[in-house]
Design a protein around this ligand. Structure first.
Ligand code: G3H
Ligand code: 13P
Ligand code: ZN
Length: 331
């Protein structure tokens, strides 16, 4: 058993309370590689932002759980080396699928876990979440749950609406599970294709404009649970300049579209205190690497193409922190 406290990490409790009060959101950046981790830490330190570094079950398998634990500890030490006296870094399990996965993460140094019971019926979701909360809280680890199902690109907007979080369920869910936060469904979705072209309108340049998020549902949830920390998944904006770069240099991402940053800015000012971003990091990395290879066909040293990739991700993380989430200067 390794406690996250030994690694210098923190849980989300105080961080979320401050963010809800302050009208900003904590960035939750997914990572799989050392370069992503370095870019996240550099961005957080330079902007004086708390940060959640999160890993999916797949990322944990990819990186190896033992390496991950030391990477998280390394992240804290690296932040200090960069001049941050008291780094506020959370290591979070994204989309935990079972009690066993959550327990294994808690036992190996995670300071926060998500148990995603959103595919279960309401009662089963409560039962599973409650079981994870009981174990996590014994170790001072915070728990994120999920209520409602995120839309998939295959859904019609109207069909997707039926999976939106039901405000009438949130009090019972929060009270019975004891979770520290939960993710809601108000129209965001995972990946780089969040809406089909049919679900969008077009602006004067012919670019796809996605439908707005369901802020009425968010408002109703806030009214039921004032001050309770809410999480938004699937919040990448899929920057069109990165998509264009990828497509220009041999990629093929037709009609990739994300959540407009103006919508996320509005959400960050509400009870939404954690915003998940993964796809934008993947796009930033891929765009830089494709460009580098196209312009430098003779290069084959990974440091040659991973350096601009890391720089591009760092630029994106800093932009999110300062211009979208507002978590800068909070340490
Ligand atoms: O919500 C999912 C995250 O973007 C992680 O994706 O399972 O491919 O690592 P992944
Ligand atoms: P994106 O695919 O929009 O980056 O969402 C990531 C996410 O929600 C991870 O849990
Ligand atoms: Zn997610």
């Amino acid at each position: 058993m390794v406690s996250y406290k030994e690694l210098g990490l923190v849980n989300t409790k105080k961080m979320f309370a401050k963010a809800v009060k302050g009208g900003y959101a904590i960035p939750a950046f997914n990572f799989n590689t050392m370069e992503q981790m370095q870019a996240i830490v550099q961005a957080a330190v330079e902007t004086k932002s708390p940060v959640i570094m999160q890993v999916s079950k797949g990322a944990r398998k990819y990186a190896n759980p033992t390496i991950l634990r030391y990477m998280a500890q390394g992240a804290v030490e690296y932040a200090k080396e960069l001049g941050c006296k008291k780094p506020q870094i959370v290591l979070h399990l994204d989309h935990g699928d079972s009690y066993e996965t959550c327990k294994s993460c808690i036992d190996s140094g995670f300071s926060s876990v998500m148990i995603d019971g959103s595919h279960l019926d309401f009662k089963e979701n409560i039962k599973l979440t409650k079981k994870v909360v009981a174990y996590a809280h014994k170790h001072d680890v915070t728990v994120e749950a999920e209520l409602g199902v995120l839309a998939g690109v295959e859904d019609e907007v109207s069909a997707a609406e039926s999976h939106y979080t039901k405000p009438e369920e949130v009090i019972e869910f929060a009270t019975k599970t004891g979770c520290d936060s939960f993710a809601i469904s108000i129209g965001t979705s995972h990946g780089a294709y969040k809406f089909t072209p049919e679900q969008c309108t077009k602006d004067k340049n012919g670019k796809l404009v996605p439908p707005p998020l369901a802020f009425d549902i968010l408002k109703a949830i806030e009214k039921k649970l004032p001050g309770f920390p809410i999480v938004l998944h699937g919040s990448s904006s899929v920057p069109q300049d990165e998509v264009d770069t990828i497509n220009k240099f041999g990629g093929k991402l037709p009609d990739a579209v994300g959540i407009p940053e103006s919508q996320l800015r509005k959400a960050a000012k509400s009870a939404v205190c954690k915003i998940n971003i993964d796809s934008d990091s993947r796009l930033a990395m891929t765009a830089a690497i494709r460009k580098h290879f196209a312009e430098n066909p003779g290069h084959f040293d990974p440091r040659q193409y991973l350096t601009p990739a890391r720089e591009n991700m760092k630029k994106m993380y800093i932009h999110k922190i300062m211009k979208v989430l507002g978590s800068n200067d909070k340490l």
